[in-house]
Design a protein around this ligand. Structure first.
Ligand code: GCU
Ligand code: CA
Length: 458
C-alpha cells in the first residue's frame, strides 16, 4: 500500500457473514467415520494422517463395505475423491455402487504403509439430491482403510496450468487475449503500452529498470520472454478498474524501496502467475514496502505458481483495521502453488476478505526472528488454508489471537504439513469455496511447487 495508516481501535461487526452461493456445487467432504456414512467394520484412529476423527477399517471380507450418503445440487457427472490407505502389497478391488447399482469397479492398491493415505479420483453419474455411494469389496481381503470421500457434482475441470480460483469467477480473467501482441524492450515502451487502451499482450524483453509507477490499463497481459525478463525499481499499479482484467506472468519482479512492487487497489479480475519476486533482507522491515498488496476492496484475484523470496512485507490483503466499509464482501483472493521462501511477514496477512483460499503453497525458512510468521487472518477475515507445506516457519498461521493491533480472524486448516514449524492457529468456520479446484495432497506439494513455480516454467 502506498500510505500506511494505523488505526488502533477496531470496529466490531455483529452481522452474520454472507453465505456464498454459486451455480457450482462446492466440493464437499464426507468423513467415513461420521453418520450418515456407514462402516461395516470398525472406526479406527490408530494409523496417523487421517482427516476428521478416524477412518473406516472394514471387516476383511466381501461384506466389509463403506457407504457414504452425499447430496448433489443437480443430476450429472460427479467427481469422487476417495482417500484410502492399504499397508499390504496386495491391491484390494471393490465395486463402486451408486444408489444400489454397480457403477464401476476400482481397486485400492498398496500405498506402502497403513499411515500413507492416497486419494483415488473417479467419476460417476448421480441424481439430484441424496445419493448413496458404497464401496463393496470383491475379494476376501476386504477394503482398504477408507478415510473420506470428497464429492463434487457439476462444473468443468479447469485446464492444467490454467486459471483456477477467484480470478476465474464472475466473468473470469483473460488479460490481453483476443487483442494485439507487442514486444517491449525499454521501460518507456513498457509504460506506454501498459497505459494504452484495448486488449493487448505485452511481451517484455529483458530486465527493464525504471522508477515511479507503471499504470496498467484494463485488458492487458504483461508476460516476460524467457527466464530473465522483468522489472525493477518500479511499482506495477492496477487501480480503480472493476474489472481490470489484467494478467502478469513470467516476470522477475524486484522489491521497490519504500513502495509496493505490485499494487492492486479497488480493482478486480487479476491473475499474478509464474513470477519470481525477490528482494534482499535488510534490517529494517520497512526498507521495501509490500511485494504484492491487494487493498481498497480489490476482488477476484488469483496468485499462483510464483516464487516470492527474501522479503518482509510480502502480501497484504486489506490495509487498515478501519477500512471495513470498503473491504467487507470483497478482497476475495486465491493463493495456490506459490513458494514463499524467507518471506518473514504477510504471506498473506488478511483483513475482512472471505474466503481467502490458501492452498498447496510451500513455505520455507520463515524464521528470521521470533515474530516471523507465514499467514495471518485478522479483523474477521475468513481463510481456508489447505494442503500447504511449512518447513522451518516460526508461526504457520495466526487467527484466534489476532495479530499486532488487529482483532482475530477466522481460519480453517486441513491437510497441512508442518516440519520444525510453529502451529497453524485455527478459529471458527468460513464460507464455502464456490469454484471447482483440486487440492493436491500436501505430500506432493514441495516437489511440484519447487519444480513448477517462478519464471521460465511456462
Ligand atoms: C491391519 C491394520 C488395519 C487394517 C488391516 C487390514 O490390521 O492395522 O488398519 O484394516 O490390517 O488388513 O485390513
Ligand atoms: Ca481391514
Amino acid at each position: 500500500m502506498r500510505v500506511r495508516i494505523l488505526v488502533a481501535s477496531a470496529v466490531l461487526f455483529v452481522s452474520a457473514v454472507a453465505v456464498s452461493s454459486s451455480a457450482l456445487a462446492a466440493p464437499a467432504r464426507y468423513e467415513a467415520e461420521t453418520s450418515p456414512a456407514v462402516c461395516s467394520g470398525t472406526i479406527d484412529s490408530n494409523w496417523t494422517g487421517f482427516t476428521g476423527s478416524g477412518f473406516c477399517n472394514g471387516t476383511n471380507s466381501t461384506s466389509g463395505y463403506a457407504q457414504f450418503t452425499v447430496t448433489a445440487a443437480a443430476a450429472g457427472t460427479a467427481t469422487l475423491g476417495i482417500r484410502f490407505a492399504n499397508g499390504t502389497t496386495t491391491a484390494r478391488p471393490a465395486d463402486v455402487v451408486v444408489n444400489g447399482t454397480t457403477a464401476q469397479s476400482t481397486s485400492f492398491e498398496g500405498t506402502g504403509a497403513w499411515s500413507t493415505w492416497v486419494t483415488k479420483t473417479l467419476s460417476v453419474q448421480v441424481t439430484a439430491g441424496s445419493n448413496t455411494i458404497r464401496l463393496n469389496p470383491t475379494t476376501s481381503g476386504g477394503l482398504a482403510n477408507i478415510d473420506h470421500l470428497d464429492f463434487e457434482a457439476g462444473g468443468t475441470t479447469p485446464a492444467p496450468g490454467g486459471l483456477v480460483g477467484w480470478a476465474a469467477q464472475a466473468g473470469g480473467t483473460t488479460g490481453g487475449a483476443g487483442g494485439t501482441t507487442v514486444t517491449v524492450s525499454t521501460f518507456a515502451d513498457l509504460r506506454t503500452q501498459a497505459q494504452s487502451s484495448g486488449a493487448k499482450t505485452i511481451l517484455v524483453n529483458g530486465m527493464l529498470s525504471g522508477s515511479g509507477t507503471v499504470e496498467i490499463a484494463a485488458d492487458k497481459t504483461i508476460r516476460g520472454v524467457g527466464a530473465s525478463a522483468g522489472i525493477s525499481g518500479t511499482t506495477l499499479n492496477i487501480e480503480d478498474m472493476k474489472p481490470a482484467n489484467v494478467i502478469i506472468q513470467n516476470m522477475n519482479i524486484r522489491g521497490v524501496r519504500g513502495n509496493d512492487a505490485i499494487q492492486i487497489e479497488n480493482a478486480s479480475h487479476i491473475w499474478i502467475d509464474h513470477n519470481t519476486m525477490s528482494s534482499t533482507i535488510e534490517n529494517d522491515p520497512d526498507y521495501y514496502d509490500g511485494m504484492l498488496d491487494i487493498t481498497h476492496g480489490a476482488d477476484y484475484v488469483t496468485v499462483s505458481w510464483n516464487v516470492v523470496r527474501n522479503h518482509w512485507k510480502t502480501s497484504l490483503v486489506g490495509h487498515s483495521d478501519g477500512n471495513a466499509g470498503e473491504d467487507r464482501g470483497h478482497l476475495r483472493v486465491t493463493y495456490h502453488h506459490n513458494w514463499f521462501d524467507r518471506t518473514f511477514e504477510r504471506s498473506p496477512r488478511v483483513r475482512f476478505g472471505e474466503t481467502v483460499h490458501v492452498f498447496n503453497n510451500y513455505y520455507s525458512n520463515i524464521n528470521n526472528n521470533s515474530a516471523s510468521y507465514a499467514i495471518a487472518s485478522v479483523m474477521d477475515a475468513g481463510l481456508l488454508v489447505e494442503g500447504n507445506v511449512f518447513e522451518n516457519v516460526q508461526q504457520a498461521c495466526w487467527s484466534k489471537s489476532g495479530y499486532a493491533d488487529s482483532d482475530p480472524g477466522r481460519l480453517v486448516a486441513r491437510d497441512n504439513s508442518l516440519t520444525n514449524s510453529g502451529p497453524c492457529e485455527v478459529d471458527g468456520t468460513v464460507a464455502a469455496i464456490p469454484y471447482r479446484y483440486t487440492a493436491d495432497a500436501s505430500g506432493t506439494v514441495k516437489a511440484s511447487v519447487t519444480a513448477g513455480a517462478g519464471v521460465g516454467k511456462i
